[in-house]
Design a protein around this ligand. Structure first.
Ligand code: 3HC
Ligand code: NAI
Length: 694
């Protein structure tokens, strides 16, 4: 039963009981209406309390029902709220923990609201590419005032119940037992003659509503560039201000139904569920015990080690940071301090917190100091020989049950595990640079990695606020394996007729934060060069354009050398197209006997994005990733793929795999077409009319 009906002291108590968050799915909606009717028909009942069981009043409409017939099934949320609001017996919403979206809208339909302190109150629909669709844009401004309401609706950010205590939203903030207090409140209200107050009947008072609405519109302009929802939120509030409640409500409904069909909303919902799905590993049940992680060791205080250490001390976990030499250790600690000082300057951290965090870091040169660590993460040079030495030393000092992790980005985690006598305790934890900022963490599952090690690392990832995605062992794991194909295409296109600025512009217009050449200049062109040199040895048959090697041979490693695919003025990061490099590219094509042609922006985008899709499909086929949404989460959180497109795999589904496969076959017939054999999974799904995510 999604809703329970009980009676206490002459008050009907309607309890939403639909775990995990009392989503307002079809059966919950029906249960509420039935409860209201039962209370209406029972003469011994003088009032009604609406309350939530478990960890929420309600998290809102059931998002899993969107775009299914259940979402529209009566009673709709509108009908439910109408029943609540129209009840002759007073309805008191009793709110604890979470009242979000449709949950808050339901509460706004009640005649009275009491709340426990600490409850998160929000209309977060905008974060799903929507607007509140059950009266939120109309009732919230009438309850908390235009400014607070608009801020809440366009940001979607939760506000604590006690902060809204002084507004017209809550009749009482109750410290004691919520249900007791709500029943008491309902009894008092029931003793008074009706009609009981309705939020819809209140006026929206504001000295300059039009001016504030315009101000709100200007403030969302930047975030609304690629999302239609924020402007629609404002339009709907404005409609209510100008034309009254009923017309406002009708307009809100119209906008909701349109937004729920948009690719942007689909993408945001995909990301919402993708993030939660990523933490679930098919053969590692949620009941898997986890190991206690209270102390962390980090080996290597370079670019990555320092950032990795910061993640843990930010979460309050002490870190022992180990280096081979005192000067490297001092440099590492100084960089960490500098990073924290920059946060202090921006007002994001207090000086006290900075000192507190630095005190949690214990720098050392002695491996014995790692003996008490529950987790040791290695971030030393990317050479198998060095990893061998380091893992043997860790193995010798680490306590039994400690998790031993490597931050390697290209090496075989199974080989690294085999350097120890406890391969089941070894796992890859692939952070992205800057490690203290980037959300993504690829958790690399070795052949022998124990399930409880995986469960522990996934839980820990939440604690340090990372989006963790599990990858099997392969060259480059999920993200870098796919990006290699993308870079390969980018280089082929230079050889065939494009220039770096055109390629970057086209893909940035598609929505990537940074095109491949600006990205490569930022990361350092020498990194890709080193990987390619290895490839030429390992896979001599793999066809590569050598144009990037030419660039590297001239020492143009990118921003760090002041020149790469672009020119950089000293001290500046602005990429200026380089005449020299462009001429070098044209000369290279000539040397290869390639007649340069005009490559359209459409072709650039397709070749870059579909190369990700094809490799992503192979990664799924091989079981390196367990689901398509994991790949999308990697690209959304680690590679700047546009959020409003939902990641490469969802994007492919949106285009339609039939069309994607056709494009692949077209490119296969062109020069440099050997990269374009469609993955078996693409062909299979396309022929069945299916997608990766459906
Ligand atoms: N519908 C369906 N499932 C939901 C849900 C919802 N509204 N909200 C949360 N869930 C599910 C999650 O998918 C997750 O499922 P899982 O355990 O199978 O992975 C589970 O509930 C727990 O969620 P979290 O892991 O996020 O738990 P937290 O305790 O960290 O957070 C929360 C709880 C604050 C409610 C958070 O889940 C959240 O922000 N949910 C989204 C709320 C939202 O956007 N509501 C608006 C919905 S749209 C709407 O109401 C339209 C209306 O205007 C008509
Ligand atoms: P880095 O060169 O900045 O830092 C490596 C540090 O390890 C140096 O400070 C060095 O003194 C120290 N070190 C070397 N041998 C050691 C040993 N035996 N014991 C203790 N310390 C030792 O390198 P970076 O960039 O931090 O990379 C570290 C690891 O992280 C590599 O495996 C790399 O592939 C991986 N990685 C790097 C990313 C990046 O963007 N830089 C991204 C993701 C992973």
């Amino acid at each position: 039963m999604a809703v329970a009906y009980t009676v206490r002291d002459g008050i009907a108590v309607i309890t939403l009981d639909n775990p995990p968050v009392n989503g307002l799915g079809a059966s919950t909606r029906l249960g509420i209406v039935e409860g209201i009717e039962r209370a209406r028909d029972d003469a011994s009942i003088s009032g009604i309390v609406l309350i939530g069981a478990g960890k929420a009043f309600s998290g809102g409409a059931d998002i899993t029902e969107f775009n299914t017939p259940k979402a529209l099934q009566e009673p709709s949320l509108h009908t439910v709220i109408k029943a609540v609001e129209g009840s002759a017996k007073p309805v008191v919403a009793a709110i604890h923990s979470v009242a979000m979206g449709g949950g808050l809208e339901l509460a706004l339909g009640a005649h009275y609201r009491v709340a426990a302190p600490g409850a998160q109150i929000a209309l977060p629909e905008v974060k799903l590419g929507l607007l509140p669709g059950a009266g939120g844009t109309q009732r919230l401004p009438r309850a908390v005032g235009l400014e607070t309401a608009l801020n809440m609706i366009v940001s979607g950010t939760p506000v604590l119940s006690e902060k809204l205590g002084g507004t017209g939203l809550f009749d009482r903030i109750v410290e004691g037992d919520l249900l007791d207090e709500a029943v008491k409140f309902a009894k008092q209200a029931g003793a008074q003659s009706g009609p009981h107050p309705k939020v819809r009947d209140r006026k929206i008072e504001h000295p300059n509503a039009e001016g504030f609405i315009q101000f709100a519109r200007n403030s969302v302009a930047a975030i609304a560039k690629n999302f239609p929802a924020p402007h629609k939120c404002i339009d709907a509030v404005e409609a209510g201000v100008k034309n009254g409640f009923d017309q406002g409500l009708a307009f809100e409904r119209e906008c909701f139904l349109a937004l729920v069909q948009t690719p942007e909303s689909r993408a945001l919902r995909h990301a919402f569920f993708g993030e939660r799905a990523a933490s679930k590993i098919p053969d590692v049940p949620s009941s898997t015990p986890v190991r206690k992680i209270e102390r962390v060791g980090v080996i290597g205080a370079g670019t990555m080690g320092g950032g990795i250490a910061m993640n843990f001390v930010n979460a309050g976990l002490p870190v022992t940071l180990l280096e081979t030499k005192q000067d490297a250790l001092d440099r590492g600690v100084a960089t960490i301090r500098k990073n924290y000082e920059a946060q202090v300057k921006k007002g994001k951290l207090t000086v006290e917190k900075l000192e507190e965090r630095l005190l949690l870091i214990k720098p050392t040169l002695a491996y014995d100091d790692l003996a008490q660590a529950d987790l040791i993460i290695e971030a030393v040079f990317e050479e198998l020989g060095v990893k061998d030495q380091v893992f043997k030393r860790i193995d010798a000092v680490a306590k039994p049950g400690a998790i031993l992790a490597s931050n390697t980005s290209t090496l075989d985690v199974n080989k690294i595990a085999a350097f120890t006598k406890r391969p089941e305790d070894v796992v890859g934890m692939h952070f992205f640079s800057p490690a203290n900022v980037m959300k993504l963490l690829e958790v690399v599952r070795g052949e022998k990695t124990a399930k409880d090690v995986l469960a522990t690392v996934m839980q820990l990832a939440k604690k340090i606020r990372k989006t963790a995605v599990v990858s099997g062992v392969c060259d480059g794991f999920i993200g870098n394996r796919m990006i290699e194909q993308y870079i390969r295409q980018a280089l082929f296109m230079l050889e065939e007729g494009a220039l770096p600025a055109q390629v970057d512009r086209a893909i940035e217009k598609f929505g990537f934060a940074m095109g491949p050449f600006r990205m490569s200049d930022l990361a350092g062109n020498d990194i890709g060069w080193a990987i390619r040199k290895r490839r030429y040895q390992e896979q001599p048959d793999l066809h590569y354009s050598r144009i990037a090697d030419r660039l590297c041979e001239t020492g143009r490693f990118g921003q760090k050398t002041g020149a790469g695919w672009y020119d950089y003025k000293p001290g500046e990061r602005n990429a200026q197209p380089s005449k020299l490099v462009d001429e070098m590219i044209v000369a290279y094509s000539k040397e290869q006997g390639v007649a340069r042609r005009k490559i359209s922006d459409e072709e650039i985008v397709e070749r870059l994005v579909f190369s990700l899709v094809n490799e992503g499909a192979k990664i799924l086929e091989e079981g390196i990733a367990s689901k398509a949404s994991d790949i999308d989460m990697v690209y959304l959180t680690g590679y700047g793929f546009p959020l409003w497109r939902g990641g490469p795999m969802l994007y492919a589904d949106t285009v339609g795999l039939y069309n994607v496969e056709r494009a692949m076959r077209k490119y296969a017939a062109q020069p440099n077409g050997d990269a374009w054999k469609p993955a078996k999974l693409v062909t299979e799904l396309a022929s069945q009319g299916k997608g990766f995510t459906s």
